[in-house]
Design a protein around this ligand. Structure first.
Ligand SMILES: Nc1ncnc2c1ncn2[C@@H]1O[C@H](COP(=O)(O)OP(=O)(O)OP(=O)(O)O)[C@@H](O)[C@H]1O
Length: 264
């Protein structure tokens, strides 16, 4: 199967400064790939390189087999949709307007979204279970609701690959579970290729088919999350002792990861 998003021998960085080198992975339709790593490890730098916002310092990114460097911004947007973190603030547009803006790459230059685009926006809101928010200003939504609106905006872009930057950041426990369930569904039900960054090894264990760890200028993986997320690797990357163990759940046994905090 052709990878929808792939990197080969990629070096990423800023100016001449290499942040990480020798990065390779391939992401196929229907898969969730999680990118883990400590603060400053280079996750955002890698994402920005994959989106074509900063040039690779070496190696190559391919989108649906085409070299990223050969694609226009519009061609990139047809293949890959980006979901940023749902920061508060911004303009008080209605959720359906924000989602319809995701159609921009599919419209003629400078054209405003039309009736069909708004219908697609409402279908995407419905698909994510937030149709009731369509007319609410996004500035009045909770963090979790805003994150789902941004995912809906990416969906109407109609790209086969979705890249999410810490989609559970600043969400409460319930909203984290809600967003993770949708991320998994987008891969399994809709066949999208999903790359997401996260600070939670547990989230990779929960939803990812494969995970990779960016730390110290190099990447470990991709490999099955259960193979990647081990106490020695977590200690090396995050400087913390942790346990990883199986927990019986109503859906069967699953691995969970918990940090150990030394008693004071
Ligand atoms: N615009 C920039 N110019 C120069 N250096 C940068 C720039 N942005 C980030 N860096 C540096 O690149 C390195 C990697 O940063 P990056 O933001 O990619 O890490 P990250 O893994 O996303 O971190 P976090 O988890 O804190 O978001 C850091 O040393 C950072 O200081």
């Amino acid at each position: 199967m052709t990878a929808l998003l792939a990197a080969q021998g990629l070096s990423v960085g800023h100016g001449k400064r290499v942040v990480a080198a020798g990065l390779s992975f391939a992401l196929e339709a229907g898969q969730v790939l999680c990118l883990l790593g400590p603060n400053g490890g280079g996750k955002t730098t890698l994402l920005r390189t994959l989106l074509g916002l900063i040039p690779p310092l070496a190696g190559e990114v391919r989108l649906e087999a085409a070299p990223l460097a050969s694609l226009s911004r519009r061609e990139v947007a047809h293949r890959l949709a980006y979901v940023p973190q749902a920061a508060p603030g911004g303009f008080a547009y209605a959720a359906r307007e924000v989602v319809a803006m995701g159609r921009a790459a599919r419209l003629p230059l400078l054209a405003a979204p039309g009736a069909r685009d708004h219908a697609l926006a409402e279908a995407a809101l419905d698909r994510l279970g937030i149709a009731h928010l369509a007319h609410r200003p996004v500035t009045e939504l909770s963090g979790g609701e805003r994150q789902l609106v941004l995912i809906a905006r990416a969906l109407v872009q109609d790209a086969r690959c979705l890249v999410l930057d810490e989609p559970t950041a600043s969400l409460d426990f319930g909203n984290q579970a809600l967003v993770l369930r949708e991320v998994r569904a987008l891969a399994v039900r809709d066949g999208l290729a999903v790359l997401m960054t996260t600070h939670h090894p547990d989230h990779a264990l929960l939803v990812a088919d494969a995970a990779m760890l960016l730390h110290g200028g190099a990447m470990t993986g991709p490999m099955p999350p259960a193979d990647l997320i081990t106490p020695p690797r977590l200690r090396a990357a995050y400087g913390v002792d942790a346990v990883v163990g199986a927990l019986a759940t109503p859906q069967g046994e699953r691995l969970v990861c918990a940090p150990l905090v030394a008693p004071p």
